[in-house]
Design a protein around this ligand. Structure first.
Ligand code: DAH
Length: 351
């Protein structure tokens, strides 16, 4: 066979193999091309190789060299096609074929709950007025929740329907008033007011006292736009010589003006709480009207006496305000149940 003829046959095979491997779109097509060109028994390269024997003796070295080149080229085309398919598959899995036009997945930062944010801000404001934070337990005994606050046994505020008593101690009347204090220290409830902390602080501290306490309180109220069985209060207590109602009003006004940062007004309405005398209901101006924020008053001498203070020596002011209402008023929230649903679409508005 003439050399020209042999080389032409090789060139044609090389071109066809390139095309077959280059256009193979899947593993099966690559395998088919491998069998066609590189198959050990009946592959086309094998067939061409047989023709090598018929080439003129003088032309054999040139023919053999070219045959080896083409064989290497076809083998390389097989490897390239296999790699190409492998990369396409893993690219789809790992996203290494990065498409910068696809919208990203946004990672949102968490933030503090609006009630927690309000607590921190109120703590800050009252801190500037010289009040430090005191804490008390949420599971409280009846002495601190009622008796020491001048709420006697027969008082309706003790009604089991208005309190979460705990089953660990019997509820209700002791045989007589003299026993009440001792018995009350062994009966428990979820505190219904943060006023309990007033007693806890005064029991361990000599006057003067200037504290706030912020935390959860519990009452079996049906949840609606303004009630929830658990809510938060900020309690304030100031005991010193010559404390007056004027101090109470100016502290509450400073407090409200600092928090709402506008010309908020504070109004007192006469009221009654067993632990204050006189007692007032505290309203703040809002949107042309008034909103009730809680109660306040001058600490009742009976309360001072119950913790061993001398009512002739010292007097005090106290207040207890609802934190949900303060927070809702600031942000225009009309239903306090929103604070406790933990719906992130609601919560992420507060920052
Ligand atoms: N403890 C009262 C309540 O939960 C609020 C309150 C009224 C607290 C008068 C006070 C106060 O400290 O002086 O309804």
């Amino acid at each position: 066979m003439a050399l020209d003829e042999f080389l032409a046959e090789l060139d044609q095979l090389a071109a066809q193999a390139d095309k077959a491997f280059g256009s193979a779109g899947g593993a099966e097509a690559v395998e088919a091309a491998r069998v066609e060109f590189l198959g050990a028994k009946s592959g086309r390269l094998r067939a061409v190789q047989k023709g090598l024997g018929k080439v003129d003796k003088a032309d054999k070295p040139a023919a053999g060299k070219r045959f080896n080149e083409v064989k290497n080229q076809v083998e390389a085309a097989l490897v390239a096609a296999t790699d190409r398919l492998k990369n396409a598959a893993s690219g789809a899995r790992t996203g290494s074929q990065f498409d910068p036009t696809i919208p990203g997945v946004r990672r949102r930062l968490g933030r503090l709950h609006p009630i927690t944010q309000t607590i921190e801000e109120l703590t800050d404001i009252m801190g500037r007025l010289g009040f430090t934070v005191a804490e008390g337990p949420e599971v409280e005994d009846l002495w601190h929740n009622f008796e020491a606050l001048n709420i006697p046994l027969e008082h309706p505020a003790r009604d089991p329907l208005d309190n979460f008593y705990l089953a660990t101690g019997a509820v209700g009347a002791g045989p007589d008033r003299a026993d009440a204090a001792g018995a009350d220290r062994q009966k428990w409830l979820l505190r219904s007011q943060t006023s309990t902390v007033q007693i806890r602080v005064m029991e361990k501290t000599k006057p003067p006292v200037r504290i706030i306490s912020l935390g959860r309180v519990y009452r079996p109220d049906t949840a609606d736009a303004t009630h929830y069985p658990m809510f938060h209060q900020i309690e304030g207590l100031l005991i010193d010589r010559h404390v007056t109602m004027a101090d109470l009003k100016s502290i509450l006004h400073l407090f409200a003006a600092s928090f709402f940062q506008d010309d908020v007004e504070v109004r007192f309405r006469p009221s009654f709480f067993p632990f204050t005398e006189p007692s007032v209901e505290v309203d703040m101006s809002y949107d042309g009207g008034w909103i009730e924020f809680g109660g306040a008053g001058m600490v009742d001498p009976n309360v001072l006496a119950s913790v061993g203070y001398d009512p002739d020596e010292v007097s005090g002011l106290a207040f207890g305000l609802g934190i949900e209402r303060i927070c809702a008023r600031r942000h225009g929230v009309t239903d306090i149940r929103e604070f406790f649903k933990n719906d992130v679409r609601f919560l992420r508005q507060f920052h």
